[in-house]
Design a protein around this ligand. Structure first.
Ligand SMILES: [Zn+2]
Length: 439
């Protein structure tokens, strides 16, 4: 289908769905809706332009270029823009756009996007392709260049209605959401986002969520990585279990992992997955590449074992509880073994709250008033970690998943639903307008 026909079909659909709920929208809100519908084709053109620029996290030039193009658009809205250089943490950097002039009123709203994708420069998946029926395929089309365009469209509509000037808005589009790098850099890499959240009252994340536009995300699980390093006492296997030999490293690491499973696997929203294990008399493990090998003989009690895994949790309280239960299990060593359990800071959970539920309710109301139906919460066990997780603790209310609908993200079959591009922009613009009047 050519793009003109596509646009007119999309436009007709929009008029149809808009009419059903005309009376629910104020004149200004109708203006927001109409602006976004009439600028839908331009939004798709900009989406195509940025999808066709490779911005795999490690392609610093590509991420910077996508940031440069979007920065011009925020400049065009008379926002104050800034590029935060990421070389200190080996990434491209972040785009920040602010509309926080001294006389502005209403709550300070933080809008979160990201410029990078999981598709590196050598990926076979580099181009936007229209598949028909409003579905487009492309690297990062839904995760989350579509979401970035939705932010821009919503703000453009607010600007067009003369509303943006008085609002308090900060946009942060990170350049390294998909691969934040080693945990020792996390604090630095997320400093701009956290600082923006500390100044904000409300945060809206435009990730693609679970791909279903009738859901949004008031809570996401966080994650941490853990490692077990276990030592045993090498001896002839015929002497294993004797007081002077003990149980060996492999029995000990097996006991620990099995106890994790037995004691903790039933807890709601808590998961932990050992992804790699090596044991024997001698082992080599490269902790950067997660590769290794081992040597061991069936007649020698094992000396070393190592396992690595992740942990996903719904609240900080659950992290603390799981961690202390795991540490207690680790400490109950089998005879003559020693085990160390290490866990990194990972990414905090985006914790559910009454504020988040209220914000979800307002988003759902905006959706219904536009004729798009109710929006409900995604099951948190289906929602992965994202940048909103770094801001949830600093704002009164936050939701994520307000981006473009789509499917198969993080694969070479990633698609985005172009219908949801203007649908989500309209919902977001009306939500922001209502939030700015609601204090
Ligand atoms: Zn994403």
């Amino acid at each position: 289908m050519n793009s003109r026909l596509l646009t007119s079909l999309v436009f007709l659909t929009a008029i149809f769905s808009g009419n059903a709920a005309l009376s629910q929208l104020s004149a200004i809100e109708q203006g927001l809706r109409d602006y976004i519908d009439t600028h839908h084709e331009e939004a798709i053109e900009l989406l195509i332009e940025i999808v066709n620029i490779n911005s795999g996290t490690q392609n610093l030039a590509g991420v910077t270029e996508v940031g440069r193009i979007l920065r011009q658009r925020f400049d065009g809205l008379d926002m104050d823009t800034e590029w935060i250089d990421g070389s200190a943490w080996n990434r491209a950097g972040h785009l920040v756009a602010r509309n926080t002039k001294p006389n502005n009123s209403g709550p300070h709203i933080l809008l979160i996007g990201h410029l990078d994708t999981v598709f590196q420069i050598d990926s076979p998946f580099q181009e936007y392709e229209y598949l028909g029926d409003y579905i487009a395929k492309g690297p990062g089309v839904a995760d989350m260049k579509g979401g970035d365009i939705i932010i821009l469209q919503a703000l453009s509509a607010l600007k067009d209605q003369g509303l943006l000037e008085q609002m308090n808005i900060t946009v942060v589009m990170t350049g390294d959401e998909e691969s934040t790098g080693p945990s020792e850099y996390t604090e630095q890499a997320r400093a701009a986002l956290v600082a923006a959240a500390q100044d904000a009252d409300i945060a809206l994340g435009f990730e693609n969520g679970d791909g279903n536009p009738s859901t949004a995300i008031p809570a996401r699980r966080g994650y941490a990585n853990w490692e077990l390093r276990v030592k045993g006492n090498p001896a002839h296997s015929s002497q294993i279990f004797q007081d002077e030999v003990g149980a060996g490293a492999i029995f000990e690491i097996s006991r620990i992992l099995n106890s994790f499973y037995e004691e903790l696997s039933e807890e709601e929203y808590l998961t932990f997955n050992p992804g790699i294990i090596i044991g024997g008399t001698e082992l080599n493990f490269d902790s950067d590449t997660n590769r290794g090998d081992s040597f061991g003989l069936s007649n020698v009690v094992s000396q070393d074992a190592i396992a690595r895994g992740d942990l996903r949790m719904i609240s900080n309280e659950q992290t603390m509880r799981a961690r202390s239960a795991m540490e207690a299990i680790v400490a109950r060593n089998l005879p003559l073994t020693d085990a160390k359990f290490l866990m990194d800071a990972g990414m905090p959970p985006f914790q559910d709250s009454e504020g988040n539920r209220r914000l979800l309710g307002m988003f759902s109301q905006a959706s219904q008033d536009l004729g798009y139906g109710e929006v409900t919460a995604v099951d948190p066990s289906r929602a992965g970690a994202a940048d909103i997780s770094y801001v949830g603790d600093y704002v009164e209310m936050a939701i994520d998943g307000l981006g473009m609908g789509g499917a198969n993200d993080h694969t070479v079959d990633e698609t985005g639903d172009l219908e949801t591009l203007h649908m989500q922009a309209k919902r977001a613009a009306i939500l922001m307008h209502r939030l700015s009047r609601d204090d």
